[in-house]
Design a protein around this ligand. Structure first.
Ligand code: SAH
Length: 379
């Protein structure tokens, strides 16, 4: 198989181009960083070299579909790889305005095609794990958006011309594809002069279901990235249902790992808590959650459940969401209700599933038991 220039990295490119002046590899790398993946379009390289590079490397995955929502502020891209697998990435734009003096362009990247962890509220989980992504396949999700921001597409006023933040919150579990995730984080946080993407580590977030060994490895990077933990339940009984991997890494163990992460990195951890009507949204759940996380000084993000095909669960009323948040506030736990982006193009949290029906002829399983399971869980 032909190599992927991203996976080779700058050093690897220098080795491939060792018969060329030293700056050629850097020139090519600079194009890749900007999301120009086709060697034929790398206009500062001599034509014969461009041809040679096009013949040397594997062709880039194709952007086979793009959709737009929220008045152009949210864009979803489907990247299709040569083997037919596909992943979705989302660009969320936050233009500069009266309340916000720094414009943001956040890319939500997928770390795996599908996911093995089978959380019953998540569309990606229904497809199962299809395969791991390579570093190049993750990196390209960022550079494709970088190019989109720089390119001819008309963007709403006040949007930044480049990617400013990356969140590992797309399809898959980043800590199940740990080496690739660690490499991607390091690359994103390395200055461009040194061959990286040049973001500050503070603008990166890795979201996990709570794989304890992965959290420890992430802490050892000693980079001030944000760790987000998908807690979703305040006790093991409920969490065993909502996040099945809890049976391997129960809450007490997970919260200890989170505490250690905070102690090592000095960063406040984000706790994610999806609100599902009649399942985990009782005020007693809020009080129990507050007790469990109080010592962490974490910030709790409440994510109202996004509707997803084949899953019967829904978000509670806005009133109930606020009452839940109020209980946390009263117990001294900082909490924010997150408003969703991209709901109408299935680009919101937990809705990404890359149309596997299209990619492989397999339809999504319809989870007719979800309503029933809600009953079981509530008791
Ligand atoms: N595997 C990682 C990252 C993927 S999802 C993780 O679980 O953290 C990013 C966030 O979206 C997670 O908190 C996930 O639980 C949440 N999510 C999944 N399905 C959702 C849905 N239908 N509605 C709202 N949030 C959802």
């Amino acid at each position: 198989m032909k190599p992927d220039p991203y996976d080779l990295g700058l050093d690897g490119l220098e080795a491939v181009l060792d018969d060329q002046p030293a700056y050629r590899a850097r020139q090519m790398w600079a194009w890749l960083q900007r999301g120009v993946h086709d060697p034929q379009a790398m206009t500062d390289l001599p034509k014969p070299l461009r041809q040679r590079l096009a013949a040397t490397f594997a062709p880039s995955p194709e952007v086979t579909r793009q959709s737009t929502a929220d008045g152009g502020l949210t864009r979803k891209v489907l990247l299709q790889y040569a083997d037919g697998e596909a992943v979705e990435s989302v660009l969320m734009l936050y233009p500069k305005n009266g309340r916000r003096d720094h414009a943001r362009a956040t890319v939500c990247v997928s770390s795996q095609a599908g996911c093995a962890l089978a959380c019953p509220f998540c569309a990606t989980g229904q497809a199962g794990l299809r395969r791991q992504l390579t570093f190049g396949e993750v990196a390209r999700q960022v550079t494709v958006m970088q190019r989109l921001l720089a390119g001819p597409v008309e963007l709403p006023a006040g949007c930044p011309p480049q990617v400013t933040n990356v969140v590992f919150m797309g399809m898959g579990e980043p800590l199940s594809n740990l080496d690739v995730t660690l490499r991607a984080v390091r690359w994103l946080a390395t200055p461009t002069e040194a061959g990286g993407f040049g973001l500050s580590a503070r603008s990166l977030t890795v979201s996990t279901v709570g794989l304890v060994p992965g959290i420890a490895r992430l802490a050892r990077l000693k980079l001030p990235i944000t760790l987000a933990v998908s807690l979703h339940a305040p006790n093991d009984e409920l969490r065993d249902h909502l996040v099945p991997v809890n049976r391997h890494f129960p809450l007490a163990q997970l919260l200890t790992a989170v505490q250690r992460y905070q102690a090592t990195t000095g960063r406040r951890v984000t706790i994610e808590y999806i609100l599902i009507a009649g399942v985990n949204d009782a005020l007693e759940h809020a009080a129990e959650l507050a007790r469990r996380v109080a010592a962490l000084k974490a910030h709790v993000n409440l994510i109202p459940m996004n509707p997803t095909p084949g899953i019967a669960w829904t978000a509670p009323s806005v009133q109930r969401q606020r009452a839940f948040a109020r209980v946390l506030d009263e117990q001294g736990v900082a909490a924010t209700i997150r408003h969703n982006r991209g709901g109408d193009i299935d680009a919101a949290c937990g809705q990404l599933y890359a149309d596997y029906a299209l990619a492989s002829g397999r339809m999504l399983r319809v989870d007719r038991d979800a309503g029933q399971r809600a009953e079981v869980v509530r008791r």
